[in-house]
Design a protein around this ligand. Structure first.
Ligand SMILES: *[C@@H]1O[C@H](CO)[C@@H](O)[C@H](O)[C@H]1NC(C)=O
Ligand SMILES: *[C@@H]1O[C@H](CO)[C@@H](O)[C@H](O)[C@H]1NC(C)=O
Ligand SMILES: *[C@@H]1O[C@H](CO)[C@@H](O)[C@H](O)[C@H]1NC(C)=O
Length: 974
């Protein structure tokens, strides 16, 4: 480098538009050019002013500048030599090679259609071979760990494209809230790695669901929220967040990349719509994008101009100037570089509505940058052509399966969206938004997408190959291929079967769960070949078309028949019977298919008896195709019927008065401000009608309202009401079943980041004690109803999660009963930690309504979960049932109510045969009725029955098609 070091004036070669020179050849090149040019110096001197052939002062670091400019044209991709690598850089040296024998391998390749039978061999953190593997590959090794898959399914580890794991870590605390910055709408310089907590309880849980890689996104509270990173969930021996990263950008730790190396993918999070309200409205949000991209564009253009001069050899023109850059905007400049380097920055854009999607698509065209994926995208399925206009290509769409209507912009979300997007050739990704949905059940999203029509190859790809591709990581994860990272899952059933549970999960070839086969039983009772096949699912063509036609709000009414209705090809009929076990009796099962006829909603005949029914009396006929008729289910726990859109106060009852924080309105003349949910009830909400259509015909709702992050902030949650989910209004016959069902209180610690602090637990308990021991006079509502509760007249349902608080409540119950000589009816709702004191709860004759059915350690109060297989043998339900507790299963949000039958099915599927279908049916019907004392009201006319086409209540093959209502003397057909 002698010539440059001395700063000699040299002429640089002109028009080296894309220099490929490396550091090694550059000095040679310059020396040669220097010599040649110097000789030509005199000759060209006369034409000095004809650009660019004039003499230039080449700076000392010209090669650095040149290679930096050259890098502007580089394409990101797998590291050089990736396909030939022998060892993963993530390999941990004491890891033995692993051979998984005799597996059915779904690879994720070829659009998710490739299935290979054989073995998988993992070594050095890499998938070395799969399928028919020559023994010579491992015979030399004497340390190979061998597992027999016995023909079971193996898939690549699941990839969750939208997670906040590590940023909102569990149990949630103020100290772990690192997801949103409040410092403005545009923050492209923030990086999720900088807030990533390595102690999140969710890592292991997600792995237990087969999830191995996640994209950790900053929150969606900002237009440009910051840079996202891909992480593997395995805790490393290094213990640092950095060591959990998957192929981080070269510049992350300040190390300059070798400029010969391909660039690494970078990831950016953007959001639009309602979340940006704190910074203005939608117009403000889009302007914030435009002004930010304009800044970035100026820098990008300055760089281009600078580099054009450099590349033209016009060194004098950049004399004294530095390469234009700005650390705050460099990430956005990289986004804009998408114009020339195919998607260096992979944008994940949170965007729900047509207006938002259209805004961002316009923005991509104005500034010319690509989007890798739209997230949430509730209305993406309505605007496929808009999506296709995205600059640089159609993004993948990352959505929930059934988590819709939680805010206005998700109101038109549809369970049919995955299929409709796929029909439009738009890549579909199912995601968790962990902890909004527990990442552990990411696969459940794919299972539901499949249930509602997404083909099986695409459903599985939606949580593996497609997200991996959208993140630019499919060379390593998401597709089981030779040379990829050794991240695989061995399943206990076909992964699209409800309740599919990993028997084993490897990340980087290291076994993460399923090592102790003696301690934890996995998949018992799933031996049959049916569990190993893709489940058959109903046909939803008609519903899907209607959804599109009505732009996401198809009518949800029913056709009501009061005459004779005949169901053909019925495989099973189950009715209520208070005398029978679980309160249910089977009329016929396993005797082939037959007819069942109802007249005015009353059972007339089954099977052969039905030959006598006069055909002319039959007003409607339905073919159940081997399906079943079973009692309607019940939902408890959410604001179903009280509120339609959780994020819109105008669709709900409004604020409750909290007598713990301020005096109740004087006009009530009631210190406690006791109110009734029945007074706030609204009918015909979409949540309620969809719940009805899913076979959940009854619901009980209180005025409590929990969120992902906090239980209801009010201790007193009013008197609940039990109602029919399908009724049109409160005055319709049978709409309200029991207008005062139970008294509800919430006893919990302060939520980690709620605006209002709750009063202390001790104050809450003290108040309950006083109220139950005759604290307020009878003529007040609060006095009257607490007296009633104390005497066992109506149930006291306590929303409580902590075992310690439950223990306190059991002691309180003793105290009250002793003092008053009564027997209270107490129910713990939520009750995450109930399994720790199951025996005592049973002894105290207290019931439990578990929510969620599959636990997550959201907060301190519910941190001690019983996770179930593959982590623990027992589930909380198994533990409680074994102890003799009467258990129900509840939900938190209204959108969850339609999923009741799948939640119940899951309790059976993860119990290793210890919970029966009949018990599961009871968890969401007769047990709830018993605990809330509404059995007589619901069952007085035999109760509503639901007809399922193609299967039973809990089968993925079945679809509810009618409700039979003896109480209302009719059959409703959907
Ligand atoms: C992927 O599979 C689906 C059906 O399962 C099909 O409709 C689609 O055309 C396939 N895509 C490609 C690129 O082969
Ligand atoms: C693979 O497992 C299946 C199911 O257990 C068994 O039927 C089959 O014989 C096994 N094949 C081999 C090659 O071991
Ligand atoms: C920085 O990261 C690169 C990989 O991206 C790694 O090779 C290098 O050792 C790291 N340097 C430090 C100081 O951690």
């Amino acid at each position: 480098m002698a010539a440059e070091a001395e700063g000699l004036p040299l002429a640089a070669p002109a028009n080296t538009r894309r220099p490929t020179a490396t550091r090694n050849i550059l000095p040679v090149l310059y020396t040669l050019l220097a010599a040649a040019t110097f000789l030509a110096y005199l000759a060209v001197r006369a034409s000095e002013d004809t650009q660019p052939h004039r003499f230039q002062h080449v700076p000392l670091d010209a090669d650095v500048i040149l290679s930096r400019c050259a890098a502007l044209y580089k394409t990101p991709g797998p590291p050089t030599g990736f396909s030939a690598r022998e060892t993963s850089e993530r390999f941990e040296s004491d890891t033995k090679p692993t051979l998984v024998r005799n597996a059915t391998i779904w690879t994720g390749a070829r659009n998710g259609t490739e299935i290979v039978y054989g073995d998988v061999y993992l070594d050095k953190g890499i998938i070395k071979a799969f399928g028919d593997i020559p023994e010579t590959l491992y015979t030399e090794r004497n340390d190979v760990v061998v597992y027999d898959a016995e023909g079971a399914w193996v898939t690549p580890g699941l990839v969750d494209l939208h997670s906040h794991v590590g940023l909102l870590s569990a149990p949630l605390m103020r100290g772990t809230f690192d997801v949103n910055s409040r410092h403005g709408p545009v923050l492209p310089w923030l990086r999720s790695i900088d807030g990533f907590d390595t102690h999140d309880d969710a890592f292991l849980l997600a792995i237990a669901g087969g999830v191995t890689t996640v994209q950790v996104l900053p929150g969606s509270g900002n237009a440009i929220g910051g840079q996202a990173f891909m992480f593997k969930l395995r805790k490393t021996s290094d213990r640092s967040p950095t060591s959990m990263l998957l192929e981080p950008p070269h510049s992350l730790n300040g190390t300059e990349a070798d400029h010969d190396e391909p660039l690494r993918w970078r990831h950016m999070k953007q959001a639009c719509g309602e979340n940006l309200r704190r910074y203005g409205n939608r117009m403000d949000a889009i302007w914030s994008f435009r002004s930010a991209y304009n800044e970035a564009r100026k820098i990008r253009d300055a760089q281009d101009t600078y580099c054009a001069k450099v590349e033209a050899g016009l060194w004098d023109e950049i004399r004294g100037q530095f390469y234009p850059e700005n650390l705050q905007w460099e990430a956005l400049v990289d986004v804009l570089r998408g114009r020339r380097i195919d998607r260096e920055q992979q944008i994940s854009n949170h965007c729900y509505e047509e207006v938002d999607l259209d805004d961002i698509v316009r923005l991509t065209n104005e500034f010319q940058f690509p989007i890798a994926s739209f997230h949430h995208a509730s209305e993406a399925w309505l605007v496929p052509e808009v999506l296709k206009r995205t600059w640089g290509g159609t993004p993948a769409i990352a959505i929930f399966a059934t988590n819709h209507r939680f805010k206005r912009e998700s109101y038109r979300g549809s369970e049919f969206a995955p299929r409709i997007l796929a029909d439009n050739d738009i890549p579909v990704v199912m995601k968790s938004d962990h902890p909004v949905l527990n990442s552990r059940y990411l696969l459940f999203e794919a299972q539901q997408a499949h249930y509602f029509g997404l083909p099986p190859n695409m459903a599985l790809s939606s949580v593996t190959a497609v997200p991996a591709t959208a993140a630019g990581m499919s060379h390593r994860v998401g597709i089981l291929q030779k040379g990829a990272d050794a991240d695989i899952v061995l399943w206990d059933s076909h992964p699209l079967q409800l309740g599919a549970t990993p028997r084993k999960v490897w990340i980087d070839g290291i076994l993460q769960v399923g090592s102790d086969e003696d301690a934890v039983v996995i998949g018992k009772g799933k031996g049959g070949s049916a569990f190993q096949r893709v489940p058959s699912v109903p046909n939803w063509d008609k519903e899907r078309e209607e959804a599109v036609k009505w732009e996401g709000l198809p009518p949800l009414g029913t056709v009501k028949h009061s005459g004779c209705v005949r169901f053909r090809n019925v495989g099973e009929v189950v009715v209520r019977d208070p005398e029978a076990e679980e309160g249910l009796r089977s009329l016929f099962v396993g005797e082939g298919l037959g007819d069942v006829v109802f007249d005015e909603g009353r059972l007339v005949c089954v099977r052969t008896d039905c030959v006598n029914v006069d055909g002319s009396d039959v007003v409607a006929e339905l073919d159940l195709r081997g399906g079943s008729i079973a009692p309607g289910l019940m939902s408890f726990g959410s604001p179903l019927g009280i509120e339609e859109i959780a994020g819109e106060p105008s669709t709900g009852d409004g604020l409750l008065y909290d007598p713990f924080l301020s005096d109740a309105p004087g006009i009530l003349d009631d210190k406690g401000g006791m109110v009734r949910a029945a007074d706030a009830l609204q009918f015909g909400t979409r949540n309620a009608l969809l719940t009805h259509r899913s076979g959940v015909t009854y619901a009980a709702s209180s005025l409590a309202k929990s969120s992902t992050f906090a239980r209801s902030p009010y201790t007193l949650a009013g008197l609940s009401v039990t109602f029919r989910t399908g009724s049109a209004h409160a005055l319709e016959s049978g709409a309200i079943l029991k207008d005062i069902t139970a008294l509800h209180v919430v006893v919990s610690r302060t939520a980690p980041f709620s605006a209002e602090s709750r009063v202390s637990v001790s104050t809450q308990i003290a108040a309950l004690r006083r109220l139950l021991l005759d604290g307020e006079p009878d003529h007040t509502e609060i006095g009257y109803w607490f007296q009633k509760v104390a005497q066992g007249g109506i149930p006291l349902v306590i929303d409580v999660a902590s075992a310690d608080i439950m223990a306190t409540l059991l002691r309180l119950k003793d105290e009250i009963e002793e003092a008053r000589g009564s027997n209270m009816r107490m129910v713990f709702f939520h009750a995450t930690e109930a399994h720790l004191i199951a025996e005592d709860i049973a002894k105290a004759n207290v019931g439990v309504i578990l929510e969620p059915a599959r636990p997550f350690p959201h907060t301190w109060d519910d941190r001690r979960i019983l996770a179930g297989p593959p982590l623990t043998n027992d589930t909380a339900l198994v533990a409680l049932v074994d102890a003799g507790v009467t258990v129900g299963v509840g939900v938190r949000d209204a959108w969850q109510a339609p999923n009741t039958r799948f939640d119940a099915a899951w309790t059976v599927l993860e119990s290793n045969g210890r919970i029966t279908k009949e018990q599961a049916q009871a968890f969401v019907s007769t047990n709830l009725e018993k605990l809330l004392c509404v059995g007589e009201w619901i069952g007085q006319d035999g109760g509503d029955l639901v007809a399922y086409q193609g299967g039973g209540t809990f089968d993925l093959s079945s679809k509810p098609v009618a409700v039979i209502s003896p109480g209302r003397a009719l059959v409703e057909v959907f």
